[in-house]
Design a protein around this ligand. Structure first.
Ligand code: MSP
Length: 525
């Protein structure tokens, strides 16, 4: 199926388990998705950004039981008090939030499954083998490590359970060849390259059919033709990307139109531990249903604490507010994407975050903004002087926008942010070299002084737009303090492709000195 109607950039995050509150690992993916989708919106594209929660399965059932409440009460409470508020606090502009306990999801999952059964992709079988409830995954011997005579999951460090059940199976093995062909034709369908290689070697190692139902507990979506079984939580969860946008609905219905508009997804962002689900099982499910596979599955690395994947189950989870209370939301959004190459593991450290906050955000960016607005107030009565031009700054801006756009649309957030911050450094250098405070001492220098102040203000106009996807609140404050809200219009309406056109901040814009964008930290964390 080809979809020549598709016109929306569609991006998803994993839907997170609601067995506890979000930690900074979950926030890392969600912020990355937010930055990328904001960037695409700012390029003038139509965008659909989906996130949500994975609410079925044994893991959730057990955490609810431990809390002494029903699974539905447990997930409702966590979604309302933790998940949605956390994303709001981090300024995440998702277009939809799907929960797998919603009717729009469960009904479409059942319809999809029935379709696969009817077309002969599902059969009855018996499963016996190790299962990790932490991963909600049927494990292979090669996934396990031996500890004190026990087989433990290498991700959760916890003993696996042996499952022995009569289940329904999906003929996953039939899709090995089509998947190999898919990745050989579309290498960008799985990135980075290391992730693609892992998927290819997994496919070549011999893939088994997959048990897609469970019969020993009932917290899940009933299998439509065998209601003693519930759908395996991953089969249920992966479908969220499609059920949220109208999977299987009539073409002329609202859901059907939405689906045609967004399918296939442009990017599924995932952590590397769930790569196989997304790059093997999920596209096979879609192929079986005659639907297009996602254009790209991108597996990013882990945030590490003490050299290990940060996780709630290992009690190393740091919640976002621990960081945002001290550094602010925008610094949080900036730091992880700036410090860690996307696709690589990275350790979180308060020291590194403090150092970057001070040197890059407070000194390079925040100070530039406060120096410029203070000087325009002092030397120009708060009014932007006549439009001037600096060839070197204008040329650097042009190449910066190009580099940043190329990097960010290729999910190289670090490269994109680096190029933007290099431009910021250069503008600081320009101010230092031109010494406007010296020029201001002699009224004969008025034209030269005005030109320096204009060029700096215009550079900040560009920086505000360039940084808007990454730090929406601070760039909005800067935008307003440059008077650009009044004289140009909303920052969100500024297009990436037009940033480098020099001279957009009009003469006469009213500049006001705002509170410091990145105040000095009181104490080190
Ligand atoms: N529910 C499944 C996903 C289903 S998607 C159809 C799941 N949920 S989860 O709550 O465990 O979230 C996993 C995701 O959270 C990772 O893939 C990653 O996006 C993010 N992260 C969780 N811990 C992380 C780190 N320590 N570091 C980086 N990202 C992390 O798996």
């Amino acid at each position: 199926m080809t979809s020549n109607k598709k016109k929306v950039f569609y991006l998803t995050t994993p839907i997170y388990y609601v067995n506890s509150a979000p930690h900074i690992g979950h926030a890392y993916t969600t912020v990355a998705g937010d930055v990328l989708t904001r960037w695409h919106r700012q390029r003038g594209e139509a965008v659909w950004y989906l996130t949500g929660t994975d609410e079925h399965g044994q893991k959730i059932m057990r955490s609810a039981a431990a809390a002494g409440v029903s699974p539905q009460t447990w997930v409702d409470q966590l979604v309302d008090t933790e998940w949605k508020p956390n994303w709001e606090a981090l300024n995440i502009a998702n277009d939809d939030f799907i929960r797998t306990t919603e009717k729009r999801h469960t009904e479409r999952v059942q319809r999809f499954l029935q379709g696969l059964k009817d077309s002969g992709h599902i059969y009855a079988g018996k499963y016996e083998g190790p299962y990790c409830v932490g991963c909600e995954e049927f494990k292979l011997a090669s996934d396990l490590i031996e500890r004190a005579g026990e087989k433990v999951c290498s991700i959760h460090d916890k003993p696996v359970e042996i499952v022995k059940e009569s289940n329904w199976f999906f003929k996953l093995s039939a899709f090995v060849e089509p998947l190999l062909e898919h990745y050989s034709k579309n290498p960008s369908a799985c990135e980075p390259e290391s992730a693609r290689n892992e998927v290819l070697s997994f496919l070549k190692s011999g893939v088994q059919d997959l048990s897609i139902s469970r019969s020993s507990f009932d917290w899940g979506i009933p299998v439509p033709w065998d209601t003693d079984q519930v759908v395996y939580v991953w089969f249920d969860a992966l479908l969220n990307y499609a059920t949220a946008v109208g999977l299987g609905d009539e073409p002329e219905s609202e859901g059907g139109r939405k689906f045609a508009e967004v399918w296939p997804p442009d990017v599924h962002l995932v952590g590397k531990e769930i790569l196989r689900f997304h790059a093997v099982i999920w596209p096979a499910m879609l192929m079986a249903a005659g639907l297009e596979a996602p254009k790209k599955v991108f597996a990013h690395g882990w945030l590490l604490v003490g050299g290990e994947k940060m996780s709630k189950s290992k009690l190393t989870g740091i919640v976002p507010s621990q960081i945002t209370d001290h550094f602010g939301v925008d610094a949080f959004r900036y730091y992880f994407l700036r410090a860690i190459p996307f696709g690589t593991d990275g350790s979180f450290s308060w020291e590194d975050m403090s150092a970057r906050y001070t040197s890059e955000l407070a000194n390079d960016f925040g100070n530039l903004a406060s120096r410029l607005t203070a000087m325009i107030e002092k030397y120009c009565d708060g009014i932007v002087p006549a439009v001037a031009h600096d060839d070197a700054l204008a040329a650097l801006l042009e190449s910066t926008v190009k580099t940043a756009d190329e990097a960010i649309t290729n999910l190289d957030f670090q490269g994109g942010i680096q190029s933007i911050m290099e431009f910021c450094k250069r503008v600081n250098g320009y101010v230092t070299e031109k010494e406007p405070w010296v020029l201001a001492k002699d009224p004969a220098n008025k034209v030269a002084l005005d030109a320096v102040l204009y060029n700096t203000a215009e550079s900040l106009r560009a920086l505000a737009v360039l940084l808007h996807s990454i730090m929406p609140a601070s760039s909005q404050i800067l935008w307003e303090s440059l008077g650009a809200q009044e004289s140009i219009g909303p920052i969100s309406a500024q297009r990436i492709g037009a940033i480098a056109e020099w001279g957009q901040l009009p003469q006469g814009s009213k500049v006001t000195k705002s509170a410091s964008l990145f105040p000095r930290l009181e104490t080190s964390a």
